[in-house]
Design a protein around this ligand. Sequence first.
Ligand code: ZN
Length: 277
Amino acid sequence: MVNQLSTQTKAQLKYIDIGVNLTNKRFDKDRTVIIKEAEKNGVVKQIVTGTNLAESKKALQLTKDFPHNLYSTAGCHPHDAKDFQLSDLEELRGLLKDPQVVAVGECGLDFNRNFSPEQDQLRVFEQQLELAVECQKPVFLHERDAFEAQYKLLKKYAPKLNGGVVHCFTGEVEHMQAYLDLGLFIGITGWICDERRGVDLYNNVHLIPSDRLLLETDAPYLLPRDLPKELRAKPKSSRNLPQYLPHIAETIARARDQELVELAERWYSNTEKLFRF
Ligand SMILES: [Zn+2]
């Protein structure tokens, strides 16, 4: 019975947030406090998302200040594909040699907003898939309104990849199944806490096998819409924080009608397994 867990038991659960944009300027004033608050709330480790070369460098630098709490990814988000140079690829290759950098990404395709032309996105995504095969680190994937093209490329590289996660999955069930069939993990964010946009995700999240499910906030984006007042940091703000991860975890446990304790252990071991901590 998910809801009858004592506060004490809940407080002992340990989580890893696999997607935090900690280099975002919205954390410039209190980054250290945010990392400590997350830890106090059971979020003992975080993977800092790298979205382009400069951010990937910053993310890695940050992990050096918190070597026990932080890991990072190195890659180029599809929005930034138009500015991605061959020399950037070389530098990413260098960053990926660091053991603290645990994945290639955030990479993928976003045809929803097309901040970069589709041709650039496809080129830069494929370059990063090749890089992931070469360094044998998992891919941290982003996809929006680009399933067909994304799937085609992933299918081509899947046999040689060393795993990956479709981060912030919000798509259709058929797409979820196709990604699972490729052997990928599925990352769930506080999108599932949104009673308007997240209903399908809430209803379908039980279809993901326990050993393929990962947990993330995508902070400072995607503040869970139903976050209780008493959990909310002061002063009140629209900023999402890694310390809210346990709230998302409880929502997922409820949606799956599964024990939170069991799920929390699963998430922890799934994360260690995929990113080889
Ligand atoms: Zn993303």
